[in-house]
Write a protein that binds this ligand. Sequence first.
Ligand code: UDP
Length: 456
Amino acid sequence: MEKEGKKAGRWVLVLYPFQGHINPMLQLATILHSKGFSIIIVHPEFNSPNPSNHPEFTFRPIPDKLSESNVSLGDFANLVLTLNKHCLAPFQQCMNQILHEKDSTDHVAGIIYDTLSYFAQSVADDLRLPGISVRTSAAATMLVFAVFPNPDKEGYTSFPDSISENQTLEVDLQILQLQQLLASILRNPTDAMSKLRTEVIHATKSSSAIIVNTMDFLEEAVLSKIKEYFPSPIFPVGPFHKLAATRSSSLLKEETNCLSWLDKQALKSVLYVSFGSMATIDEQELIETAWGLANSELPFLWVIRPGLVRGSEWIELLPKDFLDRVGERGCIVKWAPQRKVLAHSAVGGFWSHCGWNSTLESISEGVPMLCRPFVGDQLLDSKYICHVWKVGLELENNNLERGKIEEAIKRLMLDVEGENVRKNAMNLKEKTELSLTEGGSSSNYLNDLVKHISSN
Ligand code: UDP
């Protein structure tokens, strides 16, 4: 992307320190930098990105007092609350330093933050700077935060200080088959989850704009519904990674040797298997997955992240006869250059945990998916993939055993059913490309966003 003329103003971008959030935020930073804005990245010390990969930005770590044990408990809501509590004062201090820097002539125009680092919005409010919230997951997840289950009757009521109960909302959610999903996510919410929802809604409502890593055509109904809940302008300018020629922001080392392995495989023959940066499986699922892949007789590239298998370091639990049987037909890595893998012509399918970044990356390359969601928004993304956009097939999560896995892989890679989702995936890829070209929705929203933030 051409770097445009220098615009006044430095923007402070605040990260939420996990891979699936760091990637899109640094991509957004690259987009804004290419439009002429100076960028300061403020990030918790935990999971620090590597500044040398991004010499165009200034990096400012802030202490977060997070420990591996905070993180490994796997309690999402408490983790977000703790991080926000710990980062508030250090971020206030950091902003005071930034605002009083003598050597900078450019004023600080505002703060752009990951929705889950909502502590940044209260600092922006105190400093009377605009705060812009960035949703790095599907726009639909904003409804999960905005809508409460109503314990007195079936259905949902809106968040108390938002619009009154609304029939249309229920209709839209039914269309997207989100209703049961919301019910399962929101039934008996913990105190921590309720508090988190209150905090996130409050911050998002105070923000001067909302940026979402999505495309208008992907979530049209949901986006118009969200506009009723949140007063600030919304800019769906995704997929970020396609708008920014970003360098890698992987926390683990990418094993690029898998690209030369892919070069040797036939067109669209390879199944890429990855469950993202956080999900874990047990030994039995590892073994069943391995034999399902082996028995499918298809080539596969499998990311087994250190820590993916609970109680094991890496692949030591894989049976030797499995490794002997698949030989060169399988390539196993600790971490892949995923965007390059999905863009490779040899890849014909993606067995995914349906994280939002993986979903957008797959859609952008027209790769159909086999969906094995684990938690949270992955369940919602899987519904979108399989039932709304029809670019993937569901893999039943209960009792995943080798026979079911082999059958599902063949359905996706070899059968007519797979052929249909492949066609739909190619259509979605074309629509994505159109939205990014001049006059397309993401391109237009990006122009509007640049105008919006240039006025600060
Ligand atoms: N990723 C990668 N290499 C891998 C696995 C994942 O580069 O081997 C990247 C992937 O491209 C995506 C991110 O890690 O950008 C994972 O984000 P996602 O939202 O899909 O899932 P999460 O890790 O947050 O569950």
